[in-house]
Design a protein around this ligand. Structure first.
Ligand SMILES: O=C(O)c1ccccc1N[C@@H]1O[C@H](COP(=O)(O)O)[C@@H](O)[C@H]1O
Length: 209
């Protein structure tokens, strides 16, 4: 099975160009001001112009007020909303856009429950649990907690790098992988060589499936 690749937390046009050239399937922009990878709506409108047809543009939010999401949607052509906080399924679906929900995994049964709760979404993203942060922690989690039965696309995130992504894809067989810190040289500053290596590894292991 082919796993798609989303590169998240980009803040510079040259990083978007590099990620697209390396074969990224999706580009993520962070609209969560405490994040060192956060972009303003003005920055996002510029960045969005670098994303070509057939590469998805994803907006990441953490417990936003509705007017914050609406303000982004008015100016930035997002294909998908990614909710990374404690948003309910009703809230996620209230913007008339396709959405995915991220959950932070720490105990058995949690993913199965989220599949049921967020079944109207376009996918479920599973990330590492952290007591203080909502994501982008660079931490991994126990992939054995991920069930084989998946009623919707599963996106694997959390501490992925070019060193561990092939093992992750082989073991988990996710619909897609999502990476931020593992392809950076500084917070919000991507390393194009790391992005290329990461995507190459995913494609390599998918070919041998
Ligand atoms: O990137 C952030 O700063 C961030 C902040 C708040 C919630 C999520 C965030 N990023 C997402 O977290 C996962 C894992 O990131 P990493 O690869 O471990 O650095 C990924 O989906 C990021 O998009």
């Amino acid at each position: 099975m082919k796993s798609r690749v989303k590169i998240c937390g980009l803040t510079r046009t040259e990083d978007i160009d590099g990620a697209v050239a390396a074969g990224a399937d999706a580009i993520g922009l962070v609209f969560y001001s405490p994040s060192p990878r956060a972009v303003t709506i003005e920055q996002a409108t510029v960045l969005a112009r670098r994303v070509p047809a057939f590469v998805s543009l994803v907006g990441l939010f953490v417990n936003p007020e509705p007017h914050e999401v609406e303000a982004v949607l008015e100016r930035v052509p997002l294909d998908l909303l990614q909710f990374h906080g404690d948003e309910s399924p009703e809230y996620c679906g209230s913007f008339g856009r396709r959405w995915i929900k991220a959950i932070r995994v720490r105990k058995p049964g949690q993913i199965e429950q989220a599949f049921e709760e967020y079944r109207e979404g376009a996918g479920l993203l599973v990330d590492a649990w952290d007591p203080e942060r909502y994501g982008g922690t660079g931490q991994s989690f126990n992939w054995q907690l991920i069930p084989e039965r998946r009623p919707m696309p599963l996106i694997l995130a959390g501490g992925l790098t070019s060193d561990n992504v092939s093992g992750a894809v082989e073991q988990v067989k996710p619909w897609a992988v999502d990476v931020s810190g593992g392809v950076e040289k500084g917070k919000g500053i991507k390393d194009i060589a790391k992005i290329s290596e990461f995507i190459k590894e995913v494609h390599r292991v998918c070919k041998t499936d």
